[in-house]
Design a protein around this ligand. Structure first.
Ligand SMILES: NC(=O)c1ccc[n+]([C@@H]2O[C@H](COP(=O)([O-])OP(=O)(O)OC[C@H]3O[C@@H](n4cnc5c(N)ncnc54)[C@H](O)[C@@H]3O)[C@@H](O)[C@H]2O)c1
Length: 428
């Protein structure tokens, strides 16, 4: 069991935010023997955690129940419970508001816990953000409220999260974790904390490097997906099978990495994080980050392209979209997850409705009704439901969809993920 420096009691760790990032980290810290407070402002989430129930697919109910059973995991919505921590990690959302980074959650969370900072403790930011946030925003809020100096009285650092929801192979513990501090002693404290939870840490020289590392990783994905998307659009017009070309290129053992086209990007990372970087480049240097802006443009227009292809497909059969029924398979932005934040499915469904189609949607993972666009009807994927649609469009290729039922009963199929086969299937 891990103990606080100089004492026999377990290390007291507070994780602020119990979402996709914070909950797995809280479980990891409990596993490392820490006394863990999982603080979240969402009382409903805290109620579920207290009842031993998880709302994050990668964390089973049994893990929450086991953590509670140790007596060392306390989910709470009372900021007062954050007092007395040795290490505190902030994992709150960092969205965009009208295209501009919205750090209000980070500021709010930092201000709420600042009064609990004491000499010898460690504060770490994990939320994805632009370079400079830890030093220029979090540090000053903590210093002003506590009267203590970051890097001198207490350690302050940044460690980007690499959680990949739904990935059964790469999880928190076996994914190397980049760690940074505002000075050497802070780095040491941050590194020591994560070494108890993950297999390998990657120390870097400062928090700005660590902040940029995360944005580099996500921008790299964003740009390469945009490249695949733009190529898919051209290849369709040139009547070349983009998927076959991608499969062939992927046999190259070096210098190539497989990215695939799709209906657009979604989630908390790709549509948002690169814009943190382009916003900062523009603000600090007065220049455009052209790759990010181009990738945003290409990826943002993929839902429009999917709808255009559906119109063309129906037209080829002498049908108008406005008099057709469309069955949309998938609301989540990513397969096998319930995460429908910023999902391209929403834009596709809304456009189809606007053009007068009758739209039915199916997603076994996304249970929250707020993700079903108004005017669309939620259905299960049955033979009757598939046969009743003039066209079925696969937006999210969840493994749980009954693809044999879809292939056997669909009158027309548009597949944005290259998951389906058969003569009636048209691919993106
Ligand atoms: N989800 C991912 O796959 C992923 C991966 C890498 C990095 N990130 C980054 O990690 C950060 C968190 O993302 P997430 O996906 O875990 O978000 P999330 O929405 O799943 O969870 C965030 C939680 O923070 C809570 N919260 C908001 N304000 C709070 C406050 N002031 N005090 C306490 N709790 C508060 C919310 O209620 C929510 O439960 C973001 O910056 C995101 O970009 C996410």
């Amino acid at each position: 069991m891990s103990t606080a420096a100089g004492g026999g009691a377990p290390t007291r760790t507070v994780i602020v935010g119990q979402g996709y990032v914070g909950l797995p980290l809280a479980m990891g810290a409990v596993g490392a023997g820490h006394d863990v407070v999982g603080f979240d402002v969402d009382g409903e989430r805290i109620g579920r955690l207290r009842a031993g129930e998880s709302y994050i697919e990668d964390v089973p109910d049994s893990a929450v129940a086991a953590a509670l059973a140790t007596g060392r995991y306390t989910p709470t919505d009372d900021p007062g419970d954050c007092a007395g921590f040795d290490t505190l990690v902030i994992t709150v959302p960092t969205p965009l508001r009208e295209g501009v980074p919205d750090l209000s959650f980070v500021e709010g969370a930092t201000a709420a816990i600042a009064g609990h900072v004491r000499p010898g403790c460690t504060v770490i930011l994990e939320s994805t953000t632009y370079p400079g946030t830890t030093e220029e925003l979090v540090g000053p809020i903590l210093a002003e409220a506590s009267g203590f100096t970051p890097g001198v009285d207490f350690a302050l650092g940044y460690s980007p999260e690499r959680i990949d929801p739904g990935n059964a192979t790469w999880q928190l513990a076996n994914t190397p974790k980049v760690v940074a501090g505002v000075n050497d002693s802070s780095l040491e404290a941050v590194d020591a904390f994560y070494r108890q939870i993950v297999d390998a840490t990657v120390p870097v020289s400062g928090t700005r490097v660590a902040e940029l590392t995360k944005l580099l990783e996500n921008t790299f994905r964003h740009v390469n997906i945009a490249l695949a998307n733009e190529l898919a659009v051209f290849a369709a017009d040139l009547e070349i099978d983009i998927w076959e070309a991608i499969s062939a290129a992927s046999t190259k053992p070096y210098g190539y990495m497989r990215f695939t086209p799709g209906p657009g990007v979604g989630g908390h990372c790709l549509p948002i994080d690169p814009s943190y970087l382009s916003w900062q480049v523009r603000r600090s240097l007065g220049r455009a980050f052209r790759f990010v802006e181009l990738a945003n443009d290409v990826n943002d227009h993929m839902p429009d392209y999917v709808v255009a292809r559906l119109i063309r497909l129906l037209n080829g059969q002498g049908m108008a979209l406005s008099r057709s029924t469309v069955l949309v398979l998938g609301l989540a932005y990513k397969k096998n997850t319930s995460d429908a934040r910023e999902s391209p499915a929403k834009a596709i469904v809304e456009q189809l409705l606007e053009l007068g189609a009758e739209v039915r949607v199916a997603d076994p993972h996304v249970v929250e009704e707020r993700f079903v666009p108004e005017g669309a009807k939620r259905v299960d994927v049955t033979a009757d439901e598939v046969a009743a649609a003039d066209v079925v469009v696969l937006v999210t290729d969840h493994d749980g969809f009954p693809y044999d039922v879809v292939e056997a009963n669909a009158r027309a199929l548009f597949d944005t993920r290259a998951r389906l086969s058969g003569p009636g299937v048209e691919r993106l």
